[in-house]
Design a protein around this ligand. Sequence first.
Ligand code: ZN
Length: 135
Amino acid sequence: MVFECSSENIGTTKGVNCCMNVSDTVTRDDFYKKGKELYGEDFKNWEFCCSFCGFKQSQSSIVTIMQDKGFHESMRYGQITLDNIQTLKPSIETECLSKDCNFVAYGLVPSTFGKYGGMIVDGKYVFKFAKEANI
Ligand SMILES: [Zn+2]
């Protein structure tokens, strides 16, 4: 069954294969150039927005939460601490680290980006930069 890409399907599993909201298909070079323009040289400060729930995250923001609380609660990984983050190696640009969402930009089917959109960088699906997402 094919679902129509109506606004009510965007961001739901019904939208698989029809509700991709890709605003940019860019090369890796363009991706790094844009990231540096928006956030500076340090990748740790680059903030991405989950395509599904809109959660904004950067490596720095997650580390700050861990320093404040001792851990960051993530639906995908459970409690992430400074001790286990190197083992878990969460991908800030493709994996939502919210406590309420475990959306990933990659998956079994080509990613269905929800209402917050995403980018395809050299064929790899990634979240949009938070500053470019409409949240
Ligand atoms: Zn999310």
